[in-house]
Design a binder for this molecule. Structure first.
Ligand SMILES: [Zn+2]
Ligand SMILES: [Zn+2]
Length: 142
């Protein structure tokens, strides 16, 4: 399972992208660029200046990785695909996600033509239309 390969020291996430025929076309887990652990920034969040403007996440997101994987290997299949995201807790158990908030991944998923974005919430599995997912991410408030 992708999520078990995660190299991030702060959270373990995995994503698979499935085409409209139900075949997996992209896989990803969160990790430093090129899986190079010397590039880990996971415990360096405090080094970021308070005025730092860009994404504060330490690692490449699992969703980004899965989208890039699909772009490399299954370009023709991404339109209409479904992206499934999963996070594990410290004990390695499935952890429910909060509301959509990552506009990097929501924009990328929308840009490549992925149709649905699926999260596991406390209430159960929720299938979002990717457009809606993007709108919800931009509307997110902590
Ligand atoms: Zn990390
Ligand atoms: Zn993201």
């Amino acid at each position: 399972m992708e999520v078990r390969k995660a190299l991030c020291l702060r959270s373990q996430c995995g994503t698979v992208i499935v085409n409209s025929a139900g075949v997996i076309i992209g896989r990803g887990y969160n990790a430093p660029p090129q899986d190079d652990i010397s590039l880990r920034r996971c415990h360096r969040k405090h080094e970021l200046d308070a005025t730092f403007k860009s994404d504060k996440t330490c690692c490449v997101h699992a969703e980004q990785r899965a989208i890039m994987d699909a772009l490399r290997n299954n370009t023709d299949n991404i339109k209409g695909s479904t992206l499934y995201f999963l996070r594990l807790d410290e004990q390695g158990e499935m952890k429910s996600s909060g509301n959509p908030y990552c506009t990097i991944c929501s924009k990328m998923a929308l840009d490549v033509g992925s149709k649905y974005f699926v999260l596991y919430h406390k209430e159960g599995i929720v299938v979002y239309d990717t457009k809606e997912y993007n709108e919800l991410s931009f509307a997110y408030k902590e």
